[in-house]
Design a protein around this ligand. Structure first.
Ligand SMILES: C[S@@+](CC[C@H](N)C(=O)[O-])C[C@H]1O[C@@H](n2cnc3c(N)ncnc32)[C@H](O)[C@@H]1O
Ligand SMILES: [Mg+2]
Length: 217
């Protein structure tokens, strides 16, 4: 039987997340291309889009593109002259994302940096600061991605780190490298002098997980 939280997500989604052919097509094309179904849910994507709008974000940096689903939600929050940079390690994922974003009419405001994010992020040092960050790649590097986000931010920037609960495995000090990276990131979020942060657990179509949210001081 479907877990009740999945039915609740469907109920809320049906009422709050308008059907959208372009976004549905991104999920379908990502699955069809054989990429893993590890994108945010539609309700979470809309949450990110609203957060970016609330923050008045004009420049967004995403780490972890996959097929471009969260990218598309975030790009839709941008004004016409806004820009989203997204970092993706796998050339094949980047290629699928590029096609998906082009089909959704969003490639004019999105650029995809292909390669390990820790190699491509330094190129952004000379760019204008980013207003919002979405960190959703290899969790082992979450501490380093947080460091980069702070470097590439301004006071008032918003940082979102995805998947910080991991079905509760975040409690395990001997957990796998993704757990270790996420636990270290939570410690940084709680102690960094330039960050004020919290985290929320989520349940739904993607199981039990959570977002961390930080404001750069
Ligand atoms: C969870 S998926 C991203 C999902 C996407 N943000 C969404 O919700 O639609 C994580 C992505 O990070 C990419 N990735 C893994 N290691 C990376 C690295 N070192 N640098 C950049 N991207 C990486 C993976 O190839 C994968 O496409
Ligand atoms: Mg995620």
């Amino acid at each position: 039987m479907t877990a009740q939280w999945e039915r609740v997500e469907e109920y809320l989604g049906n009422r709050l997340v308008q059907p959208d052919d372009d976004l549905n097509a991104i999920v379908a094309a990502t699955v069809a291309a054989g990429l893993p179904a590890i994108e945010v849910s539609a309700a979470q994507g809309k949450f990110l889009m609203l957060l970016a709008r609330i923050a008045g974000a004009r420049r967004i940096l995403e780490i972890g593109t996959l097929g471009g689903f969260s990218t598309a939600w975030l790009a839709r929050a941008l004004p016409d002259d806004g820009e989203l940079v997204t970092c993706e390690y796998e050339p094949r994922h980047a290629e699928v994302a590029r096609a998906n974003l082009a089909a959704a009419g969003l490639l004019d405001r999105v650029s995809i940096r292909v390669g390990a994010a820790l190699d491509t992020l330094p190129d952004l040092m000379d760019a204008e600061p980013f207003d919002l960050f979405f960190i959703d790649a290899d969790k082992v590097n979450n501490p380093a991605y947080l460091d980069w986000a702070v470097k590439l931010s301004r006071p008032g920037s918003v940082i979102v780190v995805d998947n910080v609960v991991r079905g509760g495995s975040i409690l395990d000090p001997d957990g796998d490298e993704a757990v270790q990276g996420t636990r270290a990131a939570v410690d940084i979020l709680g102690s960094h002098p330039r960050l004020d942060a919290t985290a929320l657990q989520t349940v739904g179509a993607k199981g039990w997980d959570g977002f961390a949210l930080a404001l750069v001081l």
